[in-house]
Design a protein around this ligand. Structure first.
Ligand code: NAD
Length: 443
């Protein structure tokens, strides 16, 4: 099929590439000319495992094109995806300006019938606004072109995005148009062979499903962080509690890891946006407010632990950080817990030596060159002369370190494990002090 995709970020680029991989003819449009030029040269602007060879191969095969020319993309697409960003506005609501810009552009140039598919995460009612915006532009031009607007929220996870796109758990389609549903069923057929993953529903329910899914996942994390904070105070180990509760199939083991808080481009903004949606309807979302407040406090937990250990004397100290990205297998630093810690440490007068396998460019882009931040070439180099090691992101390469080497390199033999990836006893046996999240060892 002929597909156009607006937005070549994590969602648009991965979706476009996977659709090209199964034989569709895809044009990806972005307003960022630099990004488009880089993609045309085969340079992938984000780190996403497995994505680069797929982009290069499909581009070379002539099935995947990149452009800033929206008009030609709209002329090409029988299916037109909107996958642009919906960042939080100042009041926490989703900023729909990019989505509505695309809708206006479509309305200004659409010449023949098309299915418009919204993949961006958007408040309930946005599909109606997109439809009205396109219809108004068409009316202004005095043309009558048939089009449908479908909600097809995206559930891919950064770090696993290609795999998630190729083998989705579910494909939600919110639409009451038989024509649009048939088009999307055909488009998604290659990803839907093993069993039917299509879940059909009305547009508003589809829009709410995306927020509900992310809010549920964020709730699980904040809940476990709350249990961790209780465990710390009563001398229990939350990791044992986690195993104990996960064995109940009604709870399950997935996504109940305590840590330094959630970050990324989705959970924080989507919880806030859902809160805003609820309040706009006169409903106070008590659980969501608590989820967000608990997370904000949890992002400060590592700094609190460091402050207690060093008796608030952090000025002039050097702290080593392992991991900066908001989670492993990505270079994404949006709302990363490491940012809270970095900024708190700098404000307290500490210096940071840090290592992340992928996020250094992003960190430089955000913070520029600073005297009090040294990005190191390896995880061990980051430890040289540091007063403490703090694990912020649970990259696989950090899981079985050389403990003897850590002890040798650190000026003070102490580890703060913000992701509970280490066995406390093994660390202590190696002559290092250990503090995790909710592991019954108060500082
Ligand atoms: P992103 O910020 O990585 O990319 C968005 C892209 O859209 C940018 O390249 C930007 O230049 C482009 N853009 C903005 N306005 C445009 C316009 N008028 N025309 C063409 N391109 C335009 O965003 P993302 O992470 O890919 O997220 C996109 C949407 O998908 C958001 O609503 C997000 O909440 C949702 N989502 C994201 C993820 C994720 O893991 N990142 C997962 C599921 C859903």
């Amino acid at each position: 099929m002929r597909v156009a995709i607006f937005g070549t970020g994590y969602v648009g680029l991965v979706t476009g590439t996977c659709l090209a991989e199964v034989g569709n003819d895809v044009i990806c449009v972005d307003v960022d000319a630099l990004k488009v030029a880089r993609l045309e040269r085969g340079e992938i602007p984000i780190f996403e495992p497995g994505l680069s060879p797929l982009v290069i191969d499909n581009h070379a095969a002539g099935r995947l094109h990149f452009t800033t020319d929206a008009e030609s993309a709209i002329a090409h697409g029988e299916i037109i995806f909107i996958a642009v960003g919906t960042p939080p506005d100042e009041d926490g609501s989703a900023d729909l300006s990019h989505v509505l810009d695309v809708a206006r552009t479509i309305g200004r140039t659409l010449q023949r019938p098309a299915v418009i598919v919204n993949k961006s995460t958007v408040p309930v009612g946005t599909a109606d606004r997109v439809r009205d915006t396109i219809a108004a532009e068409l009316a202004g031009r005095g043309v009558d072109v048939q089009f449908d607007v479908v909600s097809n929220p995206e559930f891919l996870k950064e770090g696993d995005a290609v795999q998630d796109c190729m083998r989705p758990d579910r494909i939600i389609i919110g639409s009451d148009s038989a024509r649009a549903i048939t088009a999307l069923r055909t488009l998604y057929a290659p990803f839907n062979r093993n069993h039917d993953r299509l879940v059909l529903m009305d547009v508003r329910s589809a829009e709410l499903t995306k927020y509900a899914a992310n809010a549920m996942l964020a709730t699980k994390i904040s809940f476990m962080n709350e249990i961790a904070n209780i465990a710390e105070r009563v001398g229990a180990d939350v990791e044992q509690v986690r195993l104990g509760i996960g064995s109940d199939p009604r709870i399950g083991y997935h996504f109940i890891y305590p840590g330094a808080g959630y970050g990324g481009s989705c959970f924080p903004k989507d919880v806030k946006a859902l809160e805003h949606i609820a309040r706009s309807q006169g409903y106070e979302p008590r659980v969501l407010s608590a989820v967000e407040a608990t997370n904000a406090a949890q992002k400060e937990r590592l700094f609190e632990l460091l402050g207690s250990y060093f008796e608030a004397q952090l000025k002039g100290r050097t702290i080593a950080l392992w991991g900066l990205a908001f989670k492993p297998n990505t270079d994404d630093m949006r709302e990363a817990p490491s940012r809270t810690l970095l900024e708190q440490l700098w404000n307290a007068g500490a210096r940071v030596r840090a290592y992340d396998p992928e996020a250094h460019d992003e960190v430089r882009r955000i913070y520029g060159m600073r005297e009090d931040l040294q990005l190191c070439d390896s995880q061990y180099q980051a430890l040289e002369g540091a007063d403490a090691l703090v694990v912020v992101t649970e990259w696989k390469a950090f899981r079985s370190p050389d403990l003897g080497r850590i002890r040798e390199l650190l000026a003070t033999p102490v580890i703060f494990d913000g992701r509970n990836i280490f066995d406390p006893q093994a660390i202590e046996s190696a002559g290092l002090a250990y503090y995790g999240i909710g592991r019954g060892r108060s500082v």
